[in-house]
Structure formats: structure tokens, C-alpha cells
Design a protein around this ligand. Structure first.
Ligand code: PLP
Length: 392
């Protein structure tokens, strides 16, 4: 979609490709294969001489609508949608890394992202140096040696550390590295990493993009050169493709993304302020509050503080469990970005595969709780949290 339209118009109409039936809503093409008029046409398609769909592992019209809408939203030249966020992370890394390559990454990562870099890629001779993503001196030291890829999340899951995207991208490029950012926590509404120098943006569409707890999905957004020349062949041959049905749910979800995310962020800010005023909570983290150690950076690179809030209870796992078990409205769930407010204990769930030492280095304490703020009434959320915190 051309750049003449603004964000909210692109969210509703970007990528729309109507069929000859002139349907209003995006059509769901729930098909795995395609047919050819004759054998020559099939041969031409496989020889790359005809621009047409051949198999839904390669491409599908509903998936294309999702990809085009996401690319328009992100301001990216190209997009490949994947079956999950992790399929996107793995494909974006594996399609460009060779044995002997070096990755530099921030340590504060989603557990599965950390596992790919820390446990899986080393089996193929690809090593990762982890740094404290908040510390530009550590990035500078690590990037004084050439690297192939720089990988980070900002804000990070779950403790909401930020990375200075512009500064790190500049150092990464000087070291010869491609910059990949997992932008899930910021959402495509609040942060535009490509304008800050990142090369590849990844989403778990399972989170805010669906935002209603229904389907898994992911997306990789980058230049046309990267997508077409680097990733497409890997994607077609290894099959991280998304189901057309899930793509259809997600393309419709994008229509309401800004409404949901902006409301969630406003509620998260109000709730964070309210939690911060309590004495039973230590170390409340929300990028939109002045108390966040990187609040100035948050204001520079994000248009809101996001929908996630993290806090730590001084008394450890037992009291964190007691608070979670005392919630009556807010659900215990490791998902996030949902219209339902969700709470989790990262140490025993999303980050249980990370060693205790590494968890501590990421700032995750035994008493840490992550809240994903949904769309419920604010007073009902406060009442529920007040009751749960009274249990300790
Ligand atoms: C959930 C999540 C992922 C993985 O996405 P899936 O869709 O669950 O595969 C990756 N990164 C971050 C930051 C996440 O929160």
C-alpha cells in the first residue's frame, strides 16, 4: 500500500486484495495447493518464470494479505509470515548464519530466544556472546570484534530492560553485523526499529497482533533484498509457514491493533502508577514511569510504555505464588498482549529453562511477577490486585 495513507488506514486496508466476487472483508483462502491449465504452466511456475502461487508452504493469498498489511504498518519493504514467533526468530537467524559465525545478543531475552542462541546454534558451530543490553560499553567491547548478527529485545521479556536501538545499530553495522530486533513487547504501534537503524524486525503475532488468545503466528520484516535473496529459499524449503486460517484471523486483528494497544498502554501506565505507590512491592518496572532506569530512552524510542508491567515481591517465590493464587479476575497465564489481563511468575514458567544464575543476571528474582494488562475496567483490575497483594 502506498505511503500516502496513514497508520490507522493501513491497519484496516493495507494489503487488501479482493477477488472477482468483490467481498468487503478479506477472503480466507483455506487451500494447500493450486492447479495449472497445462503441464507447461506448472513447469514455468517451478522454473520461476511465472509469478503465481504454487503451494501454500510457499505462499497463499490470505497469507500475502497479512504480510502486505504488516509491511505497510512497519514501513518495511517485505515480510514473511510464520507459523509462530519462534519459527520467525529461528528462520531469520538460521537463513543467514554459517558455521564459525559469531552473534552478539543481549542477555535479557525470552526463554526460547535465549535457548536458540545459547543451546541450539552452538551445535552448528555458531557462538553467541551475551551482553547486558542496557550497557553501551558492553556492546562496544563485544562489537570491537566482527560479528554476523546482533540480536536483542527491547523492552525485554519479562523485566522490561531497554536497548538503545540507534546506538547499538550503529556499532553493529560498523562491526559488519545485521541487526535483528524482537519487537514483541513494544508492538508495531509503539516502536519503529527500522527507522532507528535495525535491519530485521520480528514479531510473535500470537501476542498483541492477535491479542485475543486465539491463534499462533509470527512475522519477519526486512528489506526486499534480505527477504527475497536470503530468507525466501530457506522459508520455502524448511516450512515455517503460517496456516491461511491463522493468517486470516491475524489480518482481521490488525484492524483493531492500535485501538487495543493504545488502551492497554494507557491502562498499564495507570496501574503501574498505582502499584508504585504501594509499600508491599519492590522494584516496580514500567518504561513509561520516570522511575524506570531508562525512562529517557523509552521516551526517545517508544511512543508509549507498552502493556507489560513487572514487579518483585521481597519475600520470594512463596509470596509470588500466593499473590497469583489469590487473583480472582486476572488469569494466571504465560501468554501476553491479550485483551484479558494475565499474570505470570517468569522464574517457574517462561524462564524456567534458563539456569538460576542466568535468570539472576537477567534481573529475574524469585519474587518477580509479570503482568500483561488487558482491556478490562481499571477499577476491577485494581480491586483484584489489591485483594491478591493483601494475601501476603
Ligand atoms: C512469545 C514471544 C516469542 C515467541 O512467540 P511464539 O508465537 O510463542 O512462538 C518471542 N519473543 C518474545 C519476546 C515473546 O514474548
Amino acid at each position: 500500500m502506498t505511503d500516502e495513507y496513514r497508520r490507522d488506514t493501513k491497519l484496516v486496508r493495507g494489503g487488501l486484495a479482493r477477488t472477482s466476487f468483490q467481498e468487503t472483508s478479506e477472503a480466507l483462502f483455506l487451500n494447500s495447493g493450486y492447479v495449472y491449465d497445462n503441464a507447461e504452466e506448472a513447469a514455468a511456475a517451478f522454473a520461476g518464470e511465472a509469478d503465481r502461487y504454487v503451494y501454500s508452504r510457499y505462499g497463499n493469498p490470505t497469507v500475502t494479505m497479512l504480510q502486505d498489511r504488516l509491511a505497510a504498518l512497519e514501513g518495511a519493504e517485505a515480510c514473511l509470515a510464520t507459523g509462530t514467533g519462534m519459527a520467525g526468530v529461528f528462520a531469520a537467524l538460521a537463513c543467514q548464519l554459517d558455521t564459525g559465525d559469531r552473534v552478539v545478543a543481549s542477555r535479557a531475552l525470552f526463554g526460547a530466544c535465549y535457548a536458540i542462541l545459547h543451546d541450539i546454534l552452538p551445535r552448528w558451530g555458531i557462538t553467541t556472546e551475551f551482553v547486558d543490553g542496557t550497557d553501551l560499553d558492553q556492546w562496544r567491547a563485544a562489537l570491537s570484534t566482527p560479528a554476523k548478527v546482533v540480536f536483542f529485545e527491547s523492552p525485554s521479556n519479562p523485566m522490561l530492560d531497554l536497548v538503545d536501538i540507534e546506538a547499538v545499530a550503529e556499532m553493529a553495522h560498523a562491526a559488519g553485523a545485521t541487526v535483528i530486533i524482537d519487537n514483541v513487547f513494544a508492538t508495531p504501534i509503539a516502536q519503529h526499529p527500522l527507522t532507528l537503524g535495525a535491519d530485521i524486525v520480528i514479531y510473535s503475532a500470537t501476542k498483541h497482533i492477535d491479542g485475543q488468545g486465539r491463534v499462533l503466528g509470527g512475522a519477519v520484516l526486512a528489506s526486499e533484498t534480505f527477504i527475497k535473496e536470503r530468507m525466501l529459499k530457506f522459508y520455502r524449503q524448511t516450512g515455517p509457514s503460517i496456516s491461511p486460517f491463522n493468517a486470516w484471523v491475524l489480518v482481521k486483528s490488525l484492524e483493531t491493533l492500535s485501538l487495543r494497544v493504545e488502551r492497554q498502554a494507557a491502562s498499564a501506565l495507570e496501574l503501574a502508577r498505582w502499584l508504585e505507590s504501594r509499600t508491599d512491592i519492590a522494584d516496580l518496572r514500567y518504561p513509561g514511569l520516570a522511575s524506570h532506569p531508562q525512562h529517557a530512552l523509552a521516551k526517545r524510542q517508544m511512543s508509549n510504555g507498552g502493556s507489560l508491567v513487572a514487579f518483585t515481591l521481597a519475600s520470594g517465590t512463596e509470596s509470588a505464588f500466593r499473590v497469583l493464587n489469590s487473583l480472582q479476575l486476572i488469569d494466571i497465564s504465560n501468554n501476553l498482549g491479550d485483551s484479558k489481563t494475565l499474570a505470570c511468575h517468569p522464574g517457574s514458567t517462561t524462564h524456567s529453562s534458563v539456569s538460576a544464575d542466568d535468570r539472576a543476571a537477567m534481573g529475574i528474582a524469585d519474587g518477580s511477577i509479570r503482568l500483561s494488562i488487558g482491556l478490562e475496567d481499571m477499577e476491577d483490575l485494581k480491586t483484584d490486585l489489591d485483594r491478591a497483594l493483601a494475601a501476603i
